[in-house]
Write a protein that binds this ligand. Structure first.
Ligand SMILES: [Zn+2]
Ligand SMILES: [Zn+2]
Length: 138
């Protein structure tokens, strides 16, 4: 019993993550699904989502040290790196919080058009927005 070697818990939980995630799956499936849904509608478009994912994956993601100024409401409440506006503004305008494009809404309208084409009924912007809100609020 001389010295305890290598038992120091450093800030690198990487090795244990696999075993943990198995347990989590079993435990709170519904919460996890909810979280994933929220993540999917995190205020950014598909393209930006991929970019962010990529950055995280390759450790290129730099977290903000302090909130940035939102380009819409001009308040310092952009807490996500690479975003140009805050989440509330992005939801309100239904644009991507990162690139500012109307991708979320366009995508939704396209989908609705596809399904309702037979009835010759095109949804209004309001209808589409309403549907989008429902998806995002959960
Ligand atoms: Zn804002
Ligand atoms: Zn985007």
């Amino acid at each position: 019993m001389s010295s305890q070697k290598g038992n120091v818990a450093r800030s690198g939980p990487q090795k244990h993550q696999n075993t943990f995630s198995f347990k989590n799956h079993k435990f709170d499936k519904s919460i996890q699904t909810q979280k994933i849904n929220v993540k999917l509608h995190d205020g950014v478009c598909q393209h930006c989502k991929e970019v962010l994912k990529w950055r995280v994956k390759y450790s290129k993601y730099k977290a903000l040290s302090k909130p940035k100024k939102c380009v819409k409401c001009l308040q310092r409440r952009v807490k996500d790196s690479y975003h140009i506006m805050c989440k509330p503004c992005a939801y309100e305008l239904e644009v991507c919080a990162k690139c500012g494009k109307k991708t979320l809404l366009c995508h939704l309208i396209k989908n609705q058009k596809k399904t309702e084409n037979i009835g010759n009924k095109v949804p209004t912007i309001e209808e589409a927005a309403e549907g989008m809100k429902k998806v995002m609020v959960i």
